[in-house]
Design a protein around this ligand. Structure first.
Ligand code: 2IT
Length: 445
């Protein structure tokens, strides 16, 4: 029999100073501990101990030259977390906050997220503490080249398939894939998020944002409502926020905020025109990491140094980074009438805020379910690459919609509580865990 406290105590001793990793594991284990304790096979196979230990952690040095000719040194990583269901799959994050602990949390989450998609993908994550902020395009190119010169040894289309994440978008995937091809002379699906002209899938850039809105629409559809007419706060302004804003608008909702490290934008007219969403891409491409210029360009309000959770809305979509929505933010949202928090960033909601929302019976969708559309379309990109085919937008979008509705159905199946409240966090954790755990039992050790 497992006891949550003693299991987490051991985990902390083995992983000192990896708070985000501990947080992610604790959330999953709290959800699944009863399932494990009732299943002698999971106990006998030591699934909890094995599933919380990455298969392999690779750490390497990345040396590159900046524009003034100085040598710079960063640290690169690839965490190959679990391959029970298929090749390691997950993004690369280039951000100043990247540490081994944060990538272990992301690789752990990715394992269950990928399981929820029902596509044959294991979980992994990688990246670097390199920050693209303030760098020139030429510096980003030199960094990516150097990063791939080391990473190529550990990845492959049937072993480990990286993609983008924070700080890694189409431009960076291009630079990384270019270097991989230069070294290996191969055209394969070794990276996803490629450009549509050189092996990428249509809809991949939009997929995380589109998927989260399909998921939200499923949540509302389940209670006879829809996302149409809802007032929405989004945080972030990158690739994920961009897709979310576009799909929300298409589905008839109104997004009134986006945000950056400098503060948030409040646009009461809605972020709802092609010009406005195209400007988000320009902000990202500028490498400045600020949203303020949106306010000047579209005569919206800029609120410096604050987060968008103080704006009264029906639904909140954290789309920026882990632990971006605190307990205090959750209380403010709820007191302003917000009924739905859809975590679109990975672990965007702090642990105490998540518990508060669940206690208040506010619907909380966890990132591993709501944001799985991104990796799902990466999986579809792998399928297209393996067949040397290129699917239409309609084909990819309809598969994405179907996958999101299946994930929603699994969360409901495993997450419904005695009072009828659907605990999506618990549902996603149990549904994802069972798939990985069953495969691990069948594969032996
Ligand atoms: O967090 C994520 O799911 C991603 N960054 C996307 C991973 C992928 O392999 O497309």
């Amino acid at each position: 029999m497992y006891d949550l406290e003693s299991f987490i105590g051991d985990l902390k001793r083995r992983n000192p100073s990896q708070d985000e990793f501990i947080q992610a594991v604790e959330e999953v284990v709290a959800s699944v501990i009863d399932v494990v304790n009732e299943n002698p096979q999971y106990i006998r196979n030591k699934i909890l101990e094995r599933i919380s230990e990455p298969d392999r952690v690779i750490s390497f040095k990345v040396e590159w030259e900046d524009d003034s000719g100085d040598v710079q040194v960063n640290r690169g990583y690839r965490v190959q977390f679990n391959n029970a269901l298929g090749p390691y799959k997950g993004g690369l994050r280039f951000h100043s906050s990247v540490t081994l602990g944060s990538l272990k949390f992301l690789g752990f989450e990715q394992t269950f997220k990928n399981a929820l998609t029902s596509l044959p993908m294991g979980g992994g994550k990688g990246g670097s503490d390199f920050s693209p902020r303030g760098k020139s395009d030429a510096e980003i190119l030199r960094f990516c080249r150097s990063f791939m010169t080391e990473l190529y040894k550990y990845i492959g289309p049937d072993t480990d398939v990286p993609a983008g994440d924070i700080g890694v978008g189409g431009r960076e995937i291009g630079f990384l894939y270019g270097q991989y091809k230069r070294i290996k002379g191969e055209n394969t699906g070794v990276l996803t998020g490629k450009g549509p002209g050189w092996g990428g899938s249509l809809i991949r850039p939009e997929a995380t944002g589109f998927g989260t809105m399909y998921f939200a629409d499923n949540i509302l559809g389940n209670i006879g409502d829809s996302i149409r007419g809802k007032r929405i706060a989004v945080s972030g302004f990158g690739n994920v926020a961009w897709g979310a804003v576009m799909k929300a608008t298409q589905l008839g909702a109104k997004v009134v905020t986006i945000s950056g490290p400098d503060g948030y934008i409040l646009d009461e007219d809605g972020i709802n025109t092609p010009e406005k969403t195209a400007f988000m891409l320009q902000l990202r491409a500028s490498n400045n990491d600020i949203v303020k210029p949106y306010a000047q360009r579209f005569k919206a309000q800029f609120v410096p140094g604050r987060k968008p959770w103080e704006v009264p809305v029906d639904m909140a979509f954290p789309c920026a980074i882990q632990n971006e929505l605190s307990l205090e933010d959750a209380k403010t949202l709820v007191s302003n009438g917000c009924k739905y928090v859809i975590e679109t960033s990975n672990m965007g909601v702090c642990a105490d805020a998540a518990q508060y929302l669940i206690d208040k019976r506010i619907t909380l969708a966890p990132g591993k379910a709501a944001n799985a559309g991104g990796v799902a379309v990466s999986g579809l990109e792998m399928s297209q690459n393996a067949q040397h085919l290129f699917w239409t937008k309609e084909e990819v979008d309809s598969r994405l919609k179907h996958i999101m509705s299946e994930i929603h159905a699994s969360c409901v199946r495993e997450g419904v509580e005695d009072d009828g409240y659907i605990n999506y966090v618990k549902g996603a954790n149990i549904a994802g865990f069972k798939k990985v755990a069953d495969a691990m039992c069948q594969l032996g050790y």
